[in-house]
Design a protein around this ligand. Sequence first.
Ligand SMILES: [Cu+2]
Length: 430
Amino acid sequence: MSVTRRKLLTSTLAAGAAALAGRKALAQPSIATPPATLPPPRAGKSARKLVVPNGSILPWTQKNGAKVYHLRAEPVKHTIAPGLDITAWGYNGSSPGPVIEAIEGDRVRIYVTNKLPEATSVHWHGIFVPHGMDGVSGLTQAPIEPGKTFKYEFVFDRAGTFMYHPHLDEMTQIALGMMGVIVVHPRGAERGRVRDYVLMSHEMKIPIGSARPDPMAMNDFNVLTFNGKSFPATEPLVAEVGDLVRIRLANLGPMDHHPIHLHGHAFEVVATDGGPIAPSARVPETTVLVPVGTTRTIEFTARAPGDWAMHCHMTHHAMNQMGHDTANLVGADTRGLDNKLGRVVPGYMTMGAGGMAEMSTMQMPQPKNSISMVGGKGPHGVIDMGGMFTILKIRDKLKGDGDPGWYDAPKNTTANEATDADLARDGIEI
Ligand SMILES: [Cu+2]
């Protein structure tokens, strides 16, 4: 089925390209450079403290009774993790685009300038807007042609976590990274200390050595990200014991739903992009499925100091690209093969017969433009996870909001090798 569809797509695209070639060459857009890791200074002042790890918040100005924002849809140079630089499409120099932050009841005017080589539009996912502001090209508005600027004006009439994305050539534009989160806070201050985080999931297929995500991909995604970064490039989330932690999970990947799992805590899903969930309907969870095209906001009280992993529980989504397209050799006796190949390739050794973990510690030449196979460095050796993986760092007391470093666990509370005395005492035979 999929092969047929792909063939059809390929031939249709080829026909389209031929027709275009007869007309005119595509304009080559300029490519924006990514913003610094820290959010840029904001013209407006936030009523709350929203944190976007590895990301930023879109600045605004207050003009004639409205908050005014300006999105630029454009190609961007983006680094997924050290070693993997890609050419994505995004907004204002980043992919995902900056978070649009506002307060319930705000009237907003959002200007969208198209600096892409094709038309686009912006849909405000989950926001109740007048029909003509809904951003579906051809259905509710004309396309925004390259070089043009459109104006959207509406009121954020309810609080919540929403998203924005193109509604024209979605398959290409979303696959290349065009998406962002919208956070609308309720009016009034919150009680207690709240750590309010945004994490947007995405997946791309980027053939090894290439810099362009493949918009035709329907499976075998090899680059999995939170806020555009794969571990070890994901910035940690931090909190103090007793803080209310809110994490706004959003998924605008092309195909896959992500079961996001948190260690050391149970949380409740308090809202979706459809609205808040009544307290009586909330259940304790340690994993929440975030389907494509939705947001899930979770809340919990930071319970215990430590470095707690948070990741997609699909094993291929919490690793970097090393595991794809390799033969399954687990359990195979490869000594004969090693001997034979060693004669022509000195030092040759087949990998994977004892599992894949060895790949994370091996010193091997890294293919051009790819994430290192060495994983992340941890306090107890290599963390061989990657992709959609980050760390929640909880401490009794934090000095500032930056990364507090690795957790120093109290003596004798870390798993380690059992002693002979342990084994004898508990009657364990090995
Ligand atoms: Cu996943």
